[in-house]
Design a protein around this ligand. Sequence first.
Ligand code: SAH
Length: 455
Amino acid sequence: MSFTVHRNECLTVFVEDLTHDGSGVAKVEGYPLFIPGALPGEEVKIQVGKTLKNYGFARLLNVIKASPDRVKPPCHVFSECGGCQMQHLSYEAQLVQKRKTVRDALDRIGKLPDVPVHPVKGMANPWRYRNKSQIPFGERDGEVVSGFYKSRTHDIVDTDVCLIQSHEADDLMTMLKYELHALGIDAYDEKTHLGMLRHLIVRKGHATGELMVILVTRKKKFTQQDEAIKLIKRFAPDVTSIMQNVNTEKTNVIFGDETILLYGKPVIVDSIGNIDFEISARSFYQVNPVQTEVLYRQALDYAQLTGSETVIDAYCGIGTISLFIAQKAKEVYGVEIVPQAIEDAKRNAELNGITNTYFEAGAAEVVIPKWYKDGKRFDVLVVDPPRKGCDEELLKTILEYKPKRVVYVSCNPATLARDLRILEDGGYRTQEVQPVDMFPHSSHVECCAFLELSK
Ligand code: SAH
């Protein structure tokens, strides 16, 4: 294809579309340009950046004609920070956009134009929703900086406020930043691998208000720990747990292997519906507790349990879905690849006096075929895989043994659509898809799909 777009050239273009990650798309003689910050329906002035064979990127210079859905981003670091992609779009329009993302994936990848995609279930108050913040610390010109990374970099965008995290996380992040040097602690420098404090992690039990503060340090020896505890307690007097995690490695990974209790209890408790969960420093736990309940209720609804069913919860994490649906099922079998998460799941079952769950650590695609070969049979299969979707072997197993209903919880519409196609070709019918907004102002969308074996 020959195209007339050149690097650094300034152009006025009409924005036609929005990518799933929140970039505007304009076409110049058929050549697509991705423009972060531009919205569909807008006329914008841009400067062309990198150009590749089939598409290019451009910088938004100014908006000539704004979309009626454009809003002023409430966060002052929105344009730099990589945390949110959609704050410049009204919340209602974000939900419309996310529904479209799912619709497009089902049409294009799943070839499922007739499957209904319902309007996205959004939040009444889409701010301050996160129950976990992972905040990097660093040094810049002799001062401590903390906040979140710029998109696709490890440059910290320094801020005192994040509107999607808890007030407690704001307070602790800011307080530590300004008091750190006074305590005789310096922040970690990724380039030189020197300095002490790498990350501050704040977790909060939405239903209980319990708070866990984790300081990730480069060294185990932490001579200022008493002062640090005192300071944290000054700003969060009711803190339930203060932990130190030691990460001595030169790595992007946040946590190291060793976690030490500094103050209080090693876990906090939260509940979803009427189930309590103990959450430890490293446990996986959904970050939007309000919408997690919406999502799980949807999964439960699709599972259509009467109390006599045997159910699989594949990719079960710490057993949140399993325990949530166990009250309505005869038995639930959970499988998860991280052994520690399975330990958490078993402990949480015990904590709630739930006796009809069975958990096994291992790959879903290995453990589930084994269960079937051992003669177990299941009425409903719930899957909640990571972004890459279900393993092919697992899909084959489903098609071989054909449970009546499959409830597919997905954080990636593209792999969901791919897997639905495979299940459709093997005899299932996707009845409907319900998207749920777990991550307002980001471009992510979670879905719950309901499949039945065709008669
Ligand atoms: N259902 C849980 C967790 C979903 S996240 C919840 O709602 O909280 C997806 C989970 O799949 C993660 O816990 C991850 O560790 C696990 N996982 C990844 N690959 C897996 C595999 N092949 N088999 C089983 N579990 C896997």
